[in-house]
Design a protein around this ligand. Structure first.
Ligand SMILES: [Zn+2]
Length: 209
């Protein structure tokens, strides 16, 4: 009889342990699932905001075509005194539009590939951008989201380009190949040339538009 009671007590104890263990696991899993779901929602929210095309915001910041046209009509030479013909001015306007599209397309492409870093380069040295931007300066996609003005061109005849960087945060910080350094330091506001600066496209591989 005592043996039977002991066996029953042990069984009850084992069942209780099994139940508590099972219950505990279910509760843990429930919490994990909730956390996971929460973080996915959170991440996708940030992701979709940051990866919204900067097109509209950029166009709102930049001068309209009519404004550029009338500005060009009123000047006879570029920032360095190089005379500008009527054709030169038309070429500058075309170049401005093509360059902006190129920058926006690069960001669209980078977003599709989930890229975070973009670096500046120049198709030829830009005398206006010198002192503002160095080749290899990089910006993050979030910085572009916050400051669409970071997308080239920065002024008429600007040869600055923005290219998506395939590497991770680690490689972008460690690379010494092109001396990649962050363009923005801390919470600094971007310091960029005014769009009214003009660099004549003379003799350059002019953009076709
Ligand atoms: Zn420039």
């Amino acid at each position: 009889m005592v043996n039977v009671l002991i066996i029953v007590a042990v069984l009850v104890f084992l069942i209780l342990v099994a139940l508590m263990f099972g219950l505990g696991r279910r509760v843990d899993r429930g919490d994990d699932e909730a956390d996971e779901r929460q973080s996915i929602i959170h991440m996708s929210g940030v992701y979709s905001i940051v990866h919204k095309s900067p097109r509209e915001d950029l166009l709102a910041l930049r001068p309209r075509e009519t404004e550029i046209r009338s500005y060009l009509n009123g000047v006879s030479a570029d920032t360095q005194g190089v005379p500008l013909s009527h054709e030169d001015k038309s070429a500058l306007l075309r170049h401005w539009k093509v360059w902006m599209e190129t920058g926006l397309r690069e960001i669209d492409k980078g977003d599709k590939d989930g890229l975070i870093f973009y670096y500046y380069d120049f198709t030829k040295p830009c005398p206006v951008c010198a002192g503002f931007i160095d080749k290899g300066n990089y910006v993050t996609r979030e910085e572009i989201f916050r400051n669409p003005c970071l997308i080239p061109p920065f002024h008429l005849g600007c040869t600055c380009t923005l290219t998506a960087h395939q590497g991770s945060e680690k490689t972008v910080r460690e690379t010494v190949l092109v001396g990649m350094l962050p363009f923005l330091k801390g919470g600094d506001e971007p310091s960029l040339p005014k769009w009214t600066n003009i660099v004549s496209l003379h003799g350059s591989a002019e953009a076709k538009g």
